[in-house]
Design a binder for this molecule. Sequence first.
Ligand SMILES: Cc1cc2nc3c(=O)[nH]c(=O)nc-3n(C[C@H](O)[C@H](O)[C@H](O)COP(=O)(O)OP(=O)(O)OC[C@H]3O[C@@H](n4cnc5c(N)ncnc54)[C@H](O)[C@@H]3O)c2cc1C
Length: 394
Amino acid sequence: MTIAESYDVVAIGGAVMGSSVAYYLAADPDFSGKVLVIEKDPSYQRCASALSAAGIRQQYSCAINIQISLYGLEFLRRVGDVLEVDGVRPDIELLEGGYLFLATEENRPILQANHALQTRLGADILFLEPSGLLERFPWLSVGDLSAGCWGRTGEGWFDGCGLMQAFRRKARSLGVIYLSAAATGVERTGDRVSAVLLEDGTRISCGAVVNAAGAGGPTIARAAGLDIPVHNKKRMIFTFVCEDEVPHCPLLIDPTGVYVRPEGRGFLCGVAPPADADPDTDDFEVDYSFFNEGIWPVLAARVPAFERLKLGRAWAGHYDMNMFDHNALVGLAPGFANFYLANGFSGHGIQQAPAIGRGLSELIIHRRYRTLDLSPLTVDRVLNNAPLVERNVV
Ligand SMILES: Cc1cc2nc3c(=O)[nH]c(=O)nc-3n(C[C@H](O)[C@H](O)[C@H](O)COP(=O)(O)OP(=O)(O)OC[C@H]3O[C@@H](n4cnc5c(N)ncnc54)[C@H](O)[C@@H]3O)c2cc1C
């Protein structure tokens, strides 16, 4: 076994979350330590950050998620300035087309309660009756609907892979080292992780470790003796084009959970499978019958223009789903003084990366959150059986 250098902070996983934490650490004038990011697949082919639908919204049921996305949006709007390197400004093509959550009579009270919370926290969300929905979106079938909530500004989609690369490039320009290697374990001494172990036997000693391994997060946590309720769930995205115009289409979420949004000259769509058909998985296979049977009929009923469409490319990625309450697990791992978690993002991690990176860097450098308090996302809630349930999981 060879002893490699020692680092002040080691992030395991170098996609959007690991790179965001690394960037915020390196950019903090109060921090002069060495940061290493260990990434097992520098092609990033299968990480969630590269396969994401990359939407950002404030339409959540938990205050902390709304606050995180409000910061995320502000960050995305000025990403070209913040993550510029050598005069090259990243363009992540943020398009603020809004999310449109639709509700039947049964779900209307939930929509109303969420809307009240979102607007109280400063989100620009309109509550629309069916007539208001038709006025704005005349191509929509509203017969079975009681209401909808639409993000007039501040919600939309962007180039998620571009955001990941921009964080990475900026972090490297600030001195962060990226190592192409797989972490297989950690060495624990009392309440501290003293080293990260690599597949080739290398031992890297460290002052702190961040578990930003996405779908690989539970394995890293287990290596430290910690069980986190995070499971890999396959989510497929299908693209299509349609001849008829669907002007100003937002990211629409049908009451069934089927979602669709514009993508280039066409659209992309998806839905979570029913819980009893959603096993933990390692596979990336696309099942086209899922589109034909589970998605298309819903789309065609909601937007008649989608009755005639041409299916295009499709892909599958993995949500690191926190089965305890569908919210991220962020902060110090219980029983540790220097092992930090950034896991279980449950399908809303790419928009959360700026706030999580900023928050974790504050916790590591200053021992407390200084801007947005992320403590509601502490993993202690699992130990205390106190779930923070997010109702709006797309
Ligand atoms: C289909 C799909 C649609 C989505 N849509 C949205 C959306 O609209 N909006 C939104 O906010 N979020 C969305 N998400 C979720 C979002 O993409 C993720 O939450 C986010 O990208 C997670 O980033 P991450 O860096 O934590 O994980 P990942 O992007 O998965 O990266 C983890 C990295 O860790 C590396 N790694 C793993 N194990 C090891 C190891 N042992 N050693 C070294 N490296 C390791 C992996 O190679 C990988 O590069 C979606 C996800 C999917 C799959």
